[in-house]
Design a binder for this molecule. Structure first.
Ligand code: AMP
Ligand code: ZN
Length: 141
């Protein structure tokens, strides 16, 4: 427990939340400022800042629960679709620095669009693939 962390406080029941699911390692609760009603956050109970810090076991648990939440949203709210998202570091829009996955129901006519795509510059498609393959081949984590 990180005593300065909002989501640790939610997990410790020090701050109220609409908790929809809990198990030994994870917690899922409604986002207070949702893109749509039902937008749910899935967190590991053990504090970690982001994808770079979360342990493999906790990540697996968060992914497992995110799938369950998506299925529950499907049954409960009958959305047109569901987005999963995770912001890592301020540079990606992270505001709460305790790892969390957003499970976001989408409805016909809602104003939210997928992120924009931009085509690669000449040669950059293969070069980018090369860089990432090299990084994966030299991984230490
Ligand atoms: P981000 O760190 O950008 O991935 O987003 C943090 C998310 O936490 C935002 O979507 C907020 O609306 C949400 N949030 C902030 N405070 C609370 C809270 N007390 N209870 C539930 N959700 C919250
Ligand atoms: Zn925390």
């Amino acid at each position: 427990m990180n005593s300065d962390c909002l989501f640790c406080k939610i997990a410790a029941r020090e701050i109220p939340a609409q908790i929809v699911y809990e198990d030994e390692n994870t917690l899922a609760f409604l986002d207070i400022n949702p893109v749509n009603p039902g937008h749910t956050l899935v967190i590991p109970k053990k504090h970690s800042v982001d994808i770079f810090e979360i342990e493999e076991k906790d990540w697996g648990a968060v992914m497992h629960v995110s799938r369950r939440i998506a299925h529950a949203l499907e049954r409960a709210l009958k959305p047109a679709g569901i987005n999963l998202g995770m912001n890592n570091r301020a540079g990606a829009g992270q505001m709460v620095f305790h790892s969390h996955v957003h499970v976001m129901p989408r409805f016909e006519g809602d104003p939210h669009k997928p992120w924009p795509g931009h085509p690669y510059a000449e040669g950059a498609f293969a070069a980018t693939g090369d860089k990432i393959r090299a990084a994966l081949n030299s991984e230490s984590d």
